[in-house]
Design a protein around this ligand. Structure first.
Ligand SMILES: [Zn+2]
Length: 784
């Protein structure tokens, strides 16, 4: 999501050089000053014009002055919104009115009041304007491009800073207000917005006017408008009405997907001890959306509804998207970050909660699975740019946010953790919070002052990079473990003088398990030095495995060279998923080691959790066919599509006749879209001549999110013949990748591909013309 950067009223003073992130956040300087309190807005929109991407707007704003002598009110308002007039309501009843002067500095409007308002005086005025929109800035005007079932529609969706691009409002999150949203649209279109629908009145020229009312205060970045010809599927949780708004063609898919909502609400309510806080919950699907946006009581989601077969591949939509956005109704919407520096309070909590839902539904291993994915995302992001959780534009607010909260839960234990969360939510309901407010909630609920935890995980960046070595002393029956933290602190201030530091020493309790043939020994240590030696005594025989951080309660990287035998034992005995994934990665680099091969083959066939089998199968691609193939052949028949997909990929890397026939069998018979898509790519790679017919058929094969079509288009780059190129021409309007592929082929001398592109520069579908021109330009750039 994007961030609100240039706020009119924010403090513009340059920062003192070398100020650390923690100083800055604790001083609260990132919440902008603000001399009025936004109370209510009535937002009226009408005359939507899809061709001009424009509409007419009229917004009546009520504010209360927070200082004596308030002579102007500044609102955020995109410069493309053309103001016709500003009229003040004068007197309590608003009976008389007066035109007000205004100026438009930047993306704002400053309304000059007729006379200065006193401290606590109420001020009300109406801005009348023509909203000219750049498509995708604040509002999206979708005209029905691409696939036929996606109808013409309009939706708001600029993320956290988008709404001032279509309505004048106060954009920062720390001033909550109520609002009415009144939209006049063609009669066949549904209007979805926040709060409750108050009225729906027929108007002239086959229009209707729908009024929604948000009666409890919320931040204005959560104002939402969706206009589309929807079918509404209704549901209920306790006394809360639930609405799933989908295109008529998607209606048969809606209940299976969104039907998880009541159970999610029940689970979140039980975990947090705070009931779902809004009068109803709507979920509306729209085209070409970035994912989801948790508008208050009315989430907007992309229109990728899985069909029945797609559920075999654990669709992200169900796994992450719906749970994440619903969690925001508590974290972000009920309690909102006080400024964008503390944005992780919104995103980290929402991302964390989805994992907690799966933990309660599917158990411990599934919970670990969820956070393992977050961990991998985090490492990738942290590798690109190292920023603390609490920082402007921090790129780790989702993944690291979720991981830090999971760590906190492991540290406190579930009961104390949820009691702390309950404190946080109840104390700041319908208000705002900063990072330190969450720490105080923990302090209130548990008596634990976690300054050290916040300091290293929230205000500073990075994570411990642990390097471990082991020495066994048989005479002493003890194991000496040297634990070193090798992370570095580059200590470079950024352009604003802000310095993001990485702790050279992270503090954390850690559990170590040493396995022997005569019983295991466990030891708890406090990690609190740059280098420390831990001696584990009482071993009754030599170690057979050494597990550092047994329950993976510390966010870290681990370097620990060990004999393959130890790793193999751990892979067989350690239930923790992160630990096993780490072991698989170690073993995967030992391609000529028979102990490693046997351990991976065993895991690929028979580990108790699908992800372990899948990762072990994939790791076997680095091993000789004689050991890898039998295990992969078994994995290719696994009940989990992820394992089958991994097996086919690994076989593709190994190659040979066996691999080819297994991939072909998967293409022909597998029930999963993902497996078939992968198999198509593998067959095309292994047998470019024999796979042409199969690639051509793949181009038009329907699948969830077009994974098979996309695999076929990708394969076409390498195996294209005349029939395939003709097939590409036939699907030119379905996705952008087709034009790019044709342009790539044309550049390599395919005259048929070139003539197709030339012909379709004048295609009657505007999006096809656009895609073709973009593709030609892009290829020309490569050529020059
Ligand atoms: Zn979110």
């Amino acid at each position: 999501m994007r961030f609100l950067l240039a706020l009119l009223t924010s403090a513009g003073a340059p920062l003192a050089a070398q100020q650390t992130n923690a100083e800055r956040i604790l001083s609260g300087r990132d919440t902008p000053s603000h001399d009025y309190d936004l109370i209510h807005q009535t937002i009226e929109v009408r005359n939507f014009d899809w061709d001009a991407t424009a509409f007419d707007g009229r917004v009546t704003t009520t504010v209360v002055s927070r200082r004596p002598g308030l002579n102007a009110v500044a609102l955020d308002m995109g410069r493309r919104l053309a103001v016709r007039s500003v009229i003040a309501a004068v007197g309590r009843s608003g009976g008389r009115s007066a035109r007000l002067q205004f100026t438009r500095p930047g993306d704002s409007i400053v309304v000059r009041l007729a006379k200065p308002a006193g401290f606590r005086d109420t001020v009300r005025f109406t801005i009348d304007y023509r909203g000219k929109i750049t498509h995708g800035r604040g509002l999206y005007f979708f005209k029905g491009e691409g696939r036929p079932h996606r109808p013409q529609q309009i939706y708001s969706g600029g993320g956290t800073d988008g709404n001032p691009n279509w309505i004048p409002t106060y954009g920062a999150p720390h001033d909550k207000a109520t609002w009415d949203l009144v939209a006049t649209v063609p009669a066949s279109y549904t209007v979805v917005s926040n709060g409750r629908q108050i009225s729906d009145v027929k108007g002239p020229n086959r229009t209707h006017t729908v009024r929604w009312r948000q009666e409890r205060p919320a931040s204005t970045y959560l104002i939402s408008l969706v206009v589309a010809p929807f079918t509404r599927v209704t549901d209920k949780w306790r006394d809360i009405p639930l609405n799933y708004y989908v295109y008529p063609e998607d209606a048969p898919l809606a209940r299976r997907l969104f039907g998880m909502t009541p159970d999610l609400m029940e689970t979140y309510t039980r975990l947090t001890g705070v009931k779902y806080p809004w009068p109803q919950y709507s979920q509306a699907t729209v085209t070409d959306f970035v994912g989801g946006m948790e508008n208050v009581g009315a989430t907007t989601l992309v229109d990728w509804l899985p069909d029945n077969r797609a559920y075999l591949d654990r669709p992200w939509y169900r796994r992450a998207l719906i749970p994440h956005e619903l969690a925001h109704q508590w974290f972000g919407n009920l309690v909102t970050t006080g400024n964008w520096v503390n944005y992780w309070l919104n995103e980290g909590m929402a991302e964390f909660m989805a994992g907690q839902y799966w933990a309660t539904k599917l158990g411990r291993r599934n919970e670990e699975d969820y956070y393992l994915e977050e961990y991998r995302q985090y490492l990738e992001l942290d590798g690109r740019r190292r920023v603390p959780l609490a920082a402007y534009s921090s790129n780790v607010v989702y993944a690291k946010g979720a991981l830090v909260l999971q760590m906190l839960k492991q540290y406190l234990g579930a009961d104390r953790f949820w009691a702390s969360i309950n404190r946080y939510l109840t104390k700041h309901s319908f208000g705002n919070a900063l990072s330190d407010d969450l720490r105080r909630a923990v302090l209130d609920a548990t008596g634990e002052n976690l300054h050290w935890f916040w300091n290293q995980w929230v205000y500073q960046a990075g994570h411990p990079e642990l390097v471990v070595s082991a020495a066994y002393d048989s005479a002493e029956s003890s194991l000496a473990l040297t634990l070193r933290q090798v992370q570095v602190d580059t200590a470079q201030p950024d352009s604003s003088g802000l310095r993001y530091s990485t702790p050279l020493i992270f503090r954390a309790p850690l559990s170590i398990r040493v396995g022997t043939t005569r019983g295991d020994v466990r030891s708890r240590v406090l990690l609190d030095q740059r280098e420390q030696v831990v001696r584990i005594s009482g071993l009754r025989s030599a170690p057979t495995m050494v597990v550092i951080d047994e329950d993976n309660s510390l966010l870290k990287t681990l370097t620990f060279e060990q004999p393959s035998r130890w790793l193999a034992t751990q892979l067989a005995r350690d239930p923790n998923l992160w630990n096993r994934a780490w072991v698989i990665e170690q073993l995967s680099r030992r391609g000529s080691d028979s102990v490693a091969a046997a351990a991976l083959a065993r895991a690929a066939r028979s580990a108790d959790y699908y992800r372990v089998r899948a990762e072990a199968a994939l790791a076997l691609r680095e091993f000789p066919p004689a050991v890898a193939e039998p295990a992969l052949q078994a994995a290719a028949r696994d009940t989990s599509s992820s394992v089958r997909e991994a097996a086919i990929l690994a076989l593709g890397a190994i190659g040979g006749e066996k691999a080819e026939s297994l991939a072909l069998a998967a293409w022909n018979r597998d029930s999963s879209y993902a497996v078939r898509a992968t198999a198509l790519g593998v067959v095309a790679h292994l047998d470019s001549a024999g796979s042409k017919e199969l690639v051509r058929r793949g181009l038009t094969m329907p699948s969830y999110r077009d994974v098979i079509q996309t695999a076929a288009i990708t394969a076409a780059r390498d195996v294209a013949d005349s029939a395939i190129v003709e097939g590409l021409a036939g699907i030119l309007g379905e996705q952008r990748l087709v034009a790019l592929t044709l342009a790539g082929l044309a550049r390599r001398g395919d005259t048929q591909a070139l003539s197709i592109l030339v012909r379709h520069r004048d295609d009657k579908r505007p999006w096809v013309r656009r895609w073709v021109l973009e593709a030609i330009e892009q290829e020309l750039e490569k050529g020059s």
